[in-house]
Design a protein around this ligand. Structure first.
Ligand SMILES: O=C(O)C(=O)C[C@]1(C(=O)O)C=C[C@@H](O)C=C1
Length: 365
């Protein structure tokens, strides 16, 4: 094919792409209108039945046009996710729950701190930030919390875990009038500080948002709530997430770290170990990527994301959880057993553990 023809076809493709984008933008405009109707009629943001209808129609239409329905579905799942994200933001803004209320975020310039600042500002909270250093021109910055009256409706402790323990103790003396909440990934180092703060007469709630600061949409995400002896305060903290689609989970303090040792601890280590093996393999990343298989691609994607996270926080998540050693020993043991099975040519045992894994997955509702 000569270059002229290729250029011509590509120009046509550019036009089509622009057209697709314009249509998506038009769809998004409509989605916003639907969002407004939902808000005025107090209807839930997500409508699974309608989503299924949209996807079914798209699949049919794609098939009729000679396109792969799977591809069409993928594209539309992404588009619907964008719709939901837009409508969730609309709902959070419209809730106005933070009007005439204030929040102080200790560690507010860290990643999760910034996420909370943005989240609460969008609910019209008057947000104040305390951290080691201000960002430039940060007029809501409070350098020393011991020098001000702590009359904020919510105080969020979003510092590294060990630091959070110190801050909770400091708050016992400062006696804030609002609800104090920590967002730590590991709770046992905070057991005594949280207890002490509650015993000093403060309202305290421990929460764990099960997502990182880059989150776009809270549908399908979870926020864990731990009652530290004040149910009313828990409900008030849940109120912050009420306009979102995040699922709110109640958990006992005692259960948190044991479960998190699997959900965060184990999954982090598997991925860090995977990347350690690759990065020490002597094989070029590009060479492996060229050969990639579906499983490798998916695994590399997750492990790559894990590697990009804050290593100090990830170390704390291992080190400060009393349950980590037993979970990691179980992992090491599983790897050793698999090595043995292969070494001893024990196919039956290998098939058995894979069957056991499949059964475990099938138990999920
Ligand atoms: O139809 C709606 O209710 C919409 O908000 C639109 C839309 C979509 O993008 O198609 C988005 C979210 C809903 O869960 C269902 C469908």
């Amino acid at each position: 094919m000569d270059n002229k023809k290729l250029d011509q076809l590509r120009r046509k493709l550019d036009e089509i792409d622009e057209h697709i984008i314009s249509l998506i933008a038009e769809r998004q405009f409509n989605v916003e209108q639907i969002g407004n109707v939902k808000l005025s009629t107090n209807s839930p943001t997500r409508d699974y039945q309608r989503e299924k209808q949209v996807i079914d129609k798209i699949r049919d239409h794609a098939t009729g046009q000679g396109l792969d329905p799977e591809v069409a579905q993928h594209i539309f799942e992404l588009i619907i996710e964008t719709s939901l994200s837009k409508q969730e933001i609309q709902k959070v803004r419209q809730s106005g729950y933070g009007a005439n209320k204030s929040a102080l975020i200790i560690g507010g310039n860290g990643k999760m701190g910034q996420w909370f600042a943005q989240f609460l500002s969008s609910q019209h909270f008057d947000v104040f930030i305390n951290d080691l250093e201000p960002f430039s021109n940060q007029d809501n910055f409070i350098a020393d919390i011991s020098q001000i009256e702590l009359s904020h409706d919510y105080i969020i402790v979003a510092t590294p875990i060990q630091k959070s323990a110190e801050i909770l103790i400091e708050l016992c003396d400062l006696q804030p009038s609002g609800i104090v909440l920590d967002i730590s990934s590991i709770k046992s180092p905070l057991r005594l500080p949280l207890r002490q703060l509650a015993d000093s007469g403060c309202r305290v709630v421990s929460i764990h948002p099960m997502f990182g600061p880059d989150i776009q949409l809270m549908s399908g995400k979870h926020v864990v709530f731990i009652d530290m002896g004040n149910e009313e305060a828990v409900n008030q903290v849940k109120q912050l997430f009420q306009p979102t689609m995040a699922e709110r989970i109640d958990m006992k303090f005692e259960d948190h770290d044991r479960l998190i040792a699997y959900v965060l601890g184990l999954s982090h280590v598997v991925n860090i170990a995977f990347m350690t093996v690759l990065s020490e393999s002597g094989e070029a990343a590009d060479a492996l990527a060229q050969l990639s298989s579906t499983t490798f691609d998916a695994q590399l994607n997750i492990a790559g994301n894990v590697s990009a996270e804050n290593p100090n926080l990830y170390f704390e998540i291992q080190k400060l959880n009393h349950y980590s050693p037993s979970t990691l020993n179980a992992l090491s043991d599983a790897v050793q057993r698999i090595i043995q099975m292969v070494h001893q040519n024990n196919q039956t045992a290998f098939v058995n553990i894979m069957t056991q894994a499949r059964k475990y997955m099938n138990q999920r509702t």
